[in-house]
Design a protein around this ligand. Structure first.
Ligand code: G3I
Length: 472
């Protein structure tokens, strides 16, 4: 069995070192969404509040910021699948998978491993390999023991088998079922258990959210595996739903699996609609997200909800269902949608959607600034950090050629920046807009980022001014 990448102790140390640094250090005007992140609310319920992440998109500071600050669990959207991890027999590629595991550890997050045995995103050397039964079992064993073994202690939950069923509840035709019969599922679970006896092992599928023929098939299989003593710990209900169509039997369905002693996880929720989405559709979508959360929270054995993507621009939906989309809690501009606030409320956040602010600064006082600033330490390591800054013009007039100045904590040096020209003299920093974002209309905001060096921990800056006027 392959050795794990690091010890659990190292993982905890990494979390303690970074947790305080991953905080949103809003200098002023931090959005309400960031004051009580979903992950903090979910922690109060002992719930995993997860998000699917594409490793390569972690270069996008706003994407990474939402993934880190709002969620206490992450799932690899693609980079842990067979075609990513073992594209050729015996040639393993861990770069994308490792990157997200490192990110999760830096941000004190669980990792939900997706997925080991699946007919899709399976390299043709497996699907068309012409293997005999014993040979295919050997291929499965190599893949499962190497992958689960590598992340032993780092990934505590695995979708061992994904999408094994047809809509009528019979087993889906796949190279695994064709060659090994339905026993391939128990075999895969045994192999994963052997590779990490502490990991919790799941079977995952779509269109099994309500009580129907397909979820009946899953129920029969789960009952039978448990009766045989196969190490199965839970079922994943993917929940790729359509606005207005959350199955009315969802809670009862979760309950019946929980009654078997299994953990149930909502593993991939998104709720799609026609695009562009109407306000009415977004409101219905919010109600639907609330319904899904309430169904999970109502059942003791429901351990988590994962949304299938950080924000609408990166969702898989428009590619697969042309004309559909807008399925996630954050919109094209990475702003929380009514769906976000419904989740927030369902988790007991007690806040409602603030909606658009009709008059952000109705009665400015002398000294009341003309800007809001969010200063976020997005990522941090030994003596470096990445910072994301959003500046908003709260004044009544456009600012042409914006210039933001502030005081950086002592010992910090900005080394390179993007989306703004940033210069530093001593602790005084000046950031100026570039050609395409140099004008800030009233109420408009823009974001830029930079990398800095520090002496052990990134600090909190002070004294922000926009073109000479102090920010509020
Ligand atoms: O990486 C290649 C890139 O090199 C190439 O240029 C590009 C051209 O199309 O394709 C890229 O690969 C795409 C991959 O996502 C990574 O972005 C594939 O075409 C695309 O098919 C693939 O889609 C993924 C899909 O699974 C594949 O079945 C989606 O991102 C991912 O969200 C989706 O996730 C699945 C779950 O794993 C299982 N449940 C259903 C869910 C939605 O389909």
């Amino acid at each position: 069995m392959a050795a794990g990448r690091r010890t659990v102790a190292a993982r905890v140390a990494a979390f303690l070192a970074v947790a305080s640094l991953a905080l949103v250090t809003g200098a002023a005007g931090a959005a309400q969404a960031e004051e009580t992140p979903l992950r903090d609310l979910a922690d109060r319920h002992g719930l995993r509040m997860g998000v699917a992440v594409s490793s390569h998109l972690l270069d996008n500071a706003r994407y990474a910021d939402i993934a880190a600050t709002q969620y206490n669990s992450v799932t690899h959207e693609n980079s842990l699948k067979w075609e990513s991890v073992q594209p050729q027999r015996g040639q393993f590629n861990w770069s994308g998978a490792d990157r997200l595991v490192d990110f999760a550890q830096a941000n004190g997050q669980d990792v939900y491993g997706h997925t080991l045995v699946w007919h899709s995103q399976l390299p043709s050397w497996v699907s068309n390999g012409g293997f005999s039964g014993p040979e295919l079992e050997q291929v499965m064993e190599e893949h499962i023991s190497t992958t689960v073994g590598r992340y032993r202690g780092d990934i505590d939950y695995w979708d061992v088998v994904n999408e094994a069923f047809n809509e009528d509840g019979s087993f889906r035709d796949s190279v695994f079922h064709r060659t090994l019969g339905e026993g391939y599922i128990a075999t895969a679970l045994e192999m994963a258990h052997e590779a990490d006896p502490n990991a919790r092992l799941f079977i995952n599928d779509y269109n099994v959210e309500g009580i129907n023929a397909k979820s009946d098939g899953l129920y029969r299989l789960a009952s039978s595996l448990l009766a045989q003593g196969v190490p199965l710990h839970g079922v994943g209900l993917q929940s790729h739903l359509i606005v207005g169509q959350v199955p009315s039997s969802m809670q009862a369905n979760i309950q019946r699996f929980a009654d078997l002693g299994l953990e149930v996880v909502i593993t991939e929720v998104d709720i799609r609609t026609s695009t562009p989405a109407s306000q009415q559709a977004l409101q219905q979508q919010a109600n639907d997200y609330r319904t899904v959360f309430e169904a999970c929270l109502a059942v003791d054995g429901c351990g988590g909800v994962t949304v299938w993507g950080v924000a609408d621009p990166h969702s898989w939906i428009p590619d697969t269902f042309p004309g559909q989309g807008a399925a996630l809690p954050y919109d094209d501009n990475y702003q929380p949608k009514p769906a976000y606030w419904a989740m927030h409320e369902a988790l007991g956040g007690g806040q409602t959607d603030p909606g658009p602010d009709p008059d952000p600064d109705p009665d400015p006082e002398p000294g009341d600034g003309s800007c809001d600033v969010d200063y976020t330490v997005v990522n941090q390591w030994g003596q470096g950090a990445v910072v994301d800054v959003t500046v908003r013009n709260t004044g009544d007039a456009a600012v042409n050629g914006w210039r933001l100045t502030w005081t950086q904590p002592s010992g910090e040096r900005i080394t390179n920046a993007w989306n703004a020209t940033v210069s530093q003299s001593g602790s005084s920093v000046t950031a100026e807009g570039v050609s395409w974002n140099g004008t800030l209309a009233p109420g408009a905001s823009t974001s830029f980022g930079f990398q800095l060096t520090h002496t052990g921990q990134a600090g909190t800056p002070s004294g922000f001014s926009l073109n000479g006027a102090a920010c509020g």
